[in-house]
Design a protein around this ligand. Structure first.
Ligand code: GTP
Ligand code: MG
Length: 430
């Protein structure tokens, strides 16, 4: 596979060069604005467009032989606008039929900071003294390279399909970029269809305009809670629920700390993780450092009693033990305690490293409880963030927080629309 990076004045210039160097099957994996730091433009530098393109060597085979080259059904009129979630998965009309969702999601999950690294990895593999099969890391890298390659092939096929449908080149480029970042193909296609209808014809060739237009559309799709807002309420009771190991306890401690230090609120920390001593002690230790009350509750009656005890507190934060969404007994227990709409807000904690289809399964199952918000953790361990938008489109749940590392309390941010869109489209150019 070939990867090339171009610094150009505009997207047309990049497309010309890419076509010349890599051919028409190349796909754009990222675009970003960069400042030239030196030269005649002095301190301020000139803003250039940096475009990274990829081309798989095998992707020039005839379209009919490509696994992904099935024509999509004619796009139905979309009377609901872009934010419409797919109600029934079966009704989905993916552009690419044969690649299974899971392998495609796996591909995305495995993506390393692609733009520079793949070539280095390949060189490294070549220069290894031991045969690659003896070295797990190398085998893993080879797998990543091959997954990226199949992604590039798939995208190349989709791209020629879009070109056949006469989409303007700028929209094709942004489609590639969004799908490469993990946005489901059919959502990306709806977005560019909508953009094509709405963007004035004279602006369709203006890449920055088109990119910002798409970014604005994304900002309308994704909702946020702005962390924990009081919204005129005397007290907020927030429970963090979700599968095991996603970061609920760590995130509870981070949120508690932020509420105390930044908002000067009175916070009590609770856990209903009663079956693991270690987990309880972990949170007790955090509470001690923050000098806030900590309680363990085992059932609804205890929860009510403790809530009454802290009725004059601004925020009661409840950590829960991780549960498998497939364990009906555990889910029942959780519903018994936390299905209390209007009184308890449940924030579902999801890791950005989890496969997209698994995130959906988890959300459907935990959605047996009222879900008031979502927290995406481990952004630092993921290289693609399309799953956040797929989730927003499918479930329409607002994002409350993002976490970006293991450090307590600093590695957390209140989710903002600008930041989320930037994660997908790299508007700020960092
Ligand atoms: N890289 C990274 N690691 C994180 C993040 N948040 C949590 N972790 C780590 O993930 C691991 C699990 O975190 P916990 O907070 O114990 O997860 P949990 O959901 O409470 O786990 P259970 O209670 O066992 O279900 C720990 O090693 C955390 O340090 C994050 O944003 N980034
Ligand atoms: Mg925990």
């Amino acid at each position: 596979m070939n990867l090339k990076r171009y610094r150009v004045n505009n997207i047309q210039e990049a497309l010309q060069q890419i076509k010349k160097d890599l051919g028409p099957d190349a796909i754009i994996v990222s675009t970003r604005q960069v400042k030239e730091s030196s030269g005649k433009f002095g301190l301020f530098g000139k803003t250039m467009l940096e475009v990274t393109a990829a081309k798989d060597k095998k992707s020039s085979q005839p379209a009919s032989k490509k696994p992904a080259a099935k024509a999509s059904p004619a796009p139905a009129a979309n009377p609901y606008g872009i934010p419409t979630p797919p109600e029934k998965p079966k009704a989905a009309a993916p552009l690419v039929a044969p690649q299974t969702a899971s392998s495609s999601e796996e591909t995305r999950r495995m993506l390393l900071p692609l733009q520079e690294e793949i070539q280095e990895l390949k060189d490294m593999i070549k220069s290894m003294e031991r045969p690659p099969t003896e070295n797990r890391a190398v085998v893993q890298l080879q797998q990543e390279v091959s997954e990226v390659r199949s992604m590039v092939q798939t995208l190349a096929a989709q791209t020629s399909q879009l070109r056949n449908e006469d989409f303007p080149e700028n929209l094709v480029v942004l489609f590639q970029q969004m799908v490469f970042a993990g946005l489901e193909e059919k959502f990306a296609k709806r977005l560019i269809q909508e953009a094509q209808k709405s963007i004035p014809a004279e602006e369709l060739n203006n890449f920055p305009y088109v990119k910002i237009f798409i970014a604005r559309m994304m900002m309308k799709i994704v909702k946020t809670t702005k962390g924990i807002e009081k919204n005129g309420r005397k007290q907020r009771i927030v429970a963090l629920i979700g599968p095991t190991g996603v970061g609920k306890t760590t995130t509870s401690a981070k949120i508690a700390s932020e509420q105390v230090l930044k908002y000067k609120r009175k916070v009590a920390l609770l856990t209903i993780d009663t079956f693991r001593i270690g987990a309880v002690e972990q949170l007790r230790a955090y509470a001690k450092i923050m000098n806030i009350p900590f309680e363990v509750v085992a059932n609804k009656a205890e929860l009510n009693r403790i809530a009454a005890k802290y009725s004059d507190f601004d925020v009661i934060l409840i950590d829960t033990g991780g549960r498998s969404q497939r364990d009906e007994a555990q889910m029942y227990e959780l519903r018994e305690m936390l299905d209390d709409p209007g009184r308890i807000d449940n924030y579902l904690v999801l890791s950005a490293t989890t496969k997209d289809n698994e995130i959906s399964e988890i959300t459907r199952k935990f959605g047996e409880l009222p879900l008031d918000g979502v927290i995406f953790t481990k952004l630092d361990e993921s290289t693609t963030y399309g799953c956040i938008f797929n989730h927003a489109i499918r479930f329409k749940k607002p994002v409350a927080f993002l976490t970006t590392g293991q450090k307590v309390p600093e590695d957390i941010e209140v989710a903002s629309k600008e930041r989320l869109v930037d994660l997908l489209l790299n508007i700020s150019g960092h």
